[in-house]
Write a protein that binds this ligand. Structure first.
Ligand code: C5P
Length: 404
């Protein structure tokens, strides 16, 4: 799938450098021609012998070969490549790239390269979060590089944070996406989109709530896909255990349906569209007890009042040209219910999924969906990862955004 593609793989001084051997193998297996450029610090973590054997090419690191004075031209390397992929990228290398500090071959190559640049940061979690490092990442992104967000791990404080190198398989997927769908890359630039995700919690008293098992994974995957295509994304999410998957996403954390509605009312009018993937609680306790409720009798009754239907409310406010997408999770008579919701909530299309089949729905990483649009056109998709489903949904949304 990467046959004939010329990739410069930049490796830097991060403990994750051992993973770049796996990444290199995956790239070569896909048919790519890979030239490794390693920084001096990188060589402390992985030996060039391994990398040369896997790539089938001598590894480059210095400007000159000490033995015979051969000069390695960073200009030629930069022109040769179809992609410069720096993985792992240390804080130091990113700092130098952002500020043109050309003290090794990898940085000079970056400055000469005319090809797309992908950077997969890897470092200690506190280092990753440091404003100096975040600023450099921001600069590199502004220069047009695609940052492959690191994975989550544990901070010394016990809290979780990001910094771990993304898995080689995930990086490979991103590289393939770049080559296979270059036109998609920034196709949603200039578009602002609202995404709701996760469950809502409706308080009963200070320690109890009514909630649901929504993980937020589908909405987060959609937000990430939109941001990857250049859209400005506002993600309004209920309580979830997920980190923001892309720095192009503005995240607003809310707890209850009322808070989610308030955020949406503010943001939706400025948006070109919205995806309502949150599992909003239909009802909330009529009154929230200010103190923890005691067990007093064998039975108790909780009075509930209906929550606002956020999607329906935005559907009423919807302007000409705004595109809205909803979800329907139905256990029976699914097509009819989905059609009903398309109309009542004024969606352009609805994503139908059924919780009846294994591997579909709330907690799972996979989903099987059908997309039904307001013109009654139905498209059925096979069981896929939620990230792949997000691609299908954003493809459909992209079409509606361009042709009203
Ligand atoms: O009516 P139902 O809850 O099945 O509708 C699902 C769709 O409506 C989803 O897109 C969901 O995000 C949205 N919704 C909402 N506010 C509610 C209930 C549902 O935005 N209170």
């Amino acid at each position: 799938m990467l046959k004939g593609k010329k990739i410069l793989l930049g490796i830097t001084g991060s403990i994750a450098a051992y993973k770049s051997a796996f990444l290199l193998r995956l790239l070569v297996k896909e048919g790519a021609e890979v030239q490794v450029v390693i920084t001096p610090a990188g060589k402390q973590f992985i030996t060039p012998v391994t990398l040369a054997a896997l790539s089938g090419k001598p590894v480059l690191s210095e400007f000159f070969e000490n033995a015979d004075g051969t000069w390695h031209s960073h200009v030629d390397l930069g022109l040769w490549a179809d992609l410069l992929l720096v993985a792992p990228a240390s804080a130091s290398t990113m700092g130098k790239m952002a500020n043109a500090v050309c003290d090794n071959l990898l940085i000079t190559t970056y400055l000469s390269a005319k090809c797309p640049v992908m950077i997969a940061p890897a470092m200690d979690l506190d280092m990753y979060r440091h404003p100096a490092n975040q600023k450099n990442i921001g600069i590199l992104r502004d220069f047009g590089a695609t940052i492959i967000e690191p994975a989550s791990g544990e901070l010394a404080s016990g809290l979780s944070g990001k910094g771990r190198l993304q898995e080689p398989e995930e990086i490979l997927m991103r590289v393939k996406e770049l080559f296979n769908h270059p036109e998609k890359k920034k196709s949603l630039a200039g578009k602002k989109l609202l995404v709701t995700a996760g469950p809502t919690y409706e308080n009963i008293d200070p320690v109890r709530f009514i909630g649901n098992y929504s993980s937020g994974k589908m909405g987060f995957a959609i937000a990430a896909e939109l941001a990857q295509r250049g859209a400005e994304v506002v993600l309004v999410t209920g309580p979830v255990q997920l980190s923001t998957p892309h720095s192009g996403i503005q995240r607003i954390d809310v707890t209850s349906a009322l808070e989610m509605e308030e955020a949406c009312l503010k943001i939706f009018p400025e948006c070109h569209g919205a995806v309502f993937s949150a599992a909003v609680s239909d009802y909330a306790p009529e009154q929230v007890s200010p103190v923890k409720m005691k067990r007093v009798a064998d039975e108790m009754t909780l009075h509930l009042k209906a929550n606002p239907d956020i999607a329906a409310r935005m559907g009423l406010l919807k302007r000409e040209g705004q595109v809205t997408v909803g979800f329907a999770l139905e256990t029976h008579d699914e097509e009819n219910h989905a059609q009903g919701k398309l109309k009542s909530k004024n969606f352009d299309f609805i994503v139908l999924n059924s919780p009846n089949n294994p591997g579909e729905g709330f907690m799972s990483d996979t989903n099987r969906v059908a997309i039904i649009d307001k013109n009654h056109v139905r498209q059925d998709f096979p069981l896929k990862s939620k990230k792949e489903v997000a691609v299908d949904i954003v493809d459909a949304l992209g079409r509606w955004l361009i042709q009203p």
